[in-house]
Design a binder for this molecule. Structure first.
Ligand code: GDP
Ligand code: CA
Length: 323
């Protein structure tokens, strides 16, 4: 079986770890990773979501933090601080720096991001094929109004420095219009036996991937069933500030509203099936009324077993909707 999943960072990566545990080793998983969170710092290209997937599946992640390397040290950051050079709000540890150095060196030598990602994965052996959504630069920006007036900030500045404490007025995937899907992305969706939308941020993770022309159309037109899992449980994101970016696109923070935002494939949307948490069982009827098969199952990724069980529920729902 060939499974293709779109993924952001923590939510996507943790789900993928459960998925890999749930399927047989002969099943092939292709992950289309979000690069809208990418940021250039100190002349280095940093790809937070690709790295979170790579480190999580490659057993190098800082488990509690959910991003960055385990057993990290911070000498470079401290030395930069001693020079008065920021940004202090963005955490790049010493081990993590090596990844960004290798990536940037390869990009400067002319390799596309997809080839670089493949090379980095030779070390990490994530057990999935990890593709960036695009080799072209796409950068998510957020429009806000604060004491400095109306302005646009990089997504990382909004999320990490400002902790999404000010309202997001618009989410702009800069460069997406002109970006092309990376090699293999459209094929992986078209040739899949199952397409999954993990419980990643619907706006700045999945939404950024879908903003690359051709990807949304490929998912909507896939011959395989498309099943998603809600990142919203009990009317709130399980982790992070997804409610702030959902509000920016006029979507309520609820499991049903996110499903309706993705839409039913029967009416030009993306989903055949949607899983909500058992605490949101009351939302099932509304989602089904929107033309999306819906089941309520436990959706908290508390450990690997619970997460693998979520993946099995997605596989079962996919088998049901394929009938
Ligand atoms: P990011 O790029 O690191 O923000 O990661 P993603 O976009 O892949 O995932 C972020 C989303 O994961 C958040 O909106 C959370 O609501 C969701 N999430 C985190 N942990 C869980 C969980 O245990 N269960 C569910 N259903 N969603 C989760
Ligand atoms: Ca992210």
């Amino acid at each position: 079986m060939r499974i293709t999943a779109l993924a952001g960072g923590i939510g996507g990566a943790r789900f993928l770890r459960g998925l890999r545990a749930a399927v047989s080793p002969s099943d092939e998983i292709t992950v289309i990773g979000n690069t809208g969170d990418d940021i250039h710092l100190y002349g280095l290209k940093v790809c937070p979501d690709l790295d979170t997937v790579m480190y999580t599946l490659g057993d190098g992640i800082h488990e509690e933090q959910g991003w960055g390397r385990r057993d990290e040290t911070w000498s470079i950051k401290e030395e930069m601080k001693a020079y008065g050079v920021g940004p202090e709000w963005f955490g790049l540890g010493d081990r993590d720096f090596a990844t960004h150095l290798v990536r940037t060196q390869m990009i400067d030598a002319g390799y596309p991001l997809s080839a670089v990602t493949e090379a980095l994965c030779i070390r990490w052996k994530p057990g999935v094929r990890l593709l960036p959504m695009s080799d072209d630069r796409v950068e998510t920006h957020v429009r806000i109004t604060d004491a400095d007036g109306p302005r646009v900030v990089h997504f990382q500045e909004y999320w990490v420095r400002l902790h999404a404490a000010v309202d997001a007025e618009a989410i702009i995937p800069v460069g997406a219009d002109a970006a092309k899907p990376a090699p293999g992305v459209l094929e992986a969706i078209a040739e899949a036996d199952l397409v999954l939308l993990p419980p990643s941020n619907p706006v700045v993770s999945i939404g950024s991937i879908l903003a690359v022309p051709g990807i949304r159309e490929a998912v909507a037109g896939a011959s395989a069933p498309v099943v998603g899992l809600s990142p919203i449980v009990g009317g709130a994101p399980v982790r992070g500030m997804a409610d702030k970016v959902l509000a920016a696109i006029g979507v309520e923070t609820s499991a049903a509203a996110v499903a309706e935002h993705y839409g039913s494939r029967a009416s030009g949307g993306l989903l055949d099936g949607w899983l909500v948490d058992t605490s949101d069982a009351a939302a099932v009827a509304a989602v089904e009324a929107a033309g999306i098969a819906c089941r309520a199952v436990p959706l908290l990724m508390t450990d690997l077993d619970a997460t693998a069980e979520m993946a099995r529920a997605a596989l079962e729902l996919a088998a049901e909707v394929a009938k």
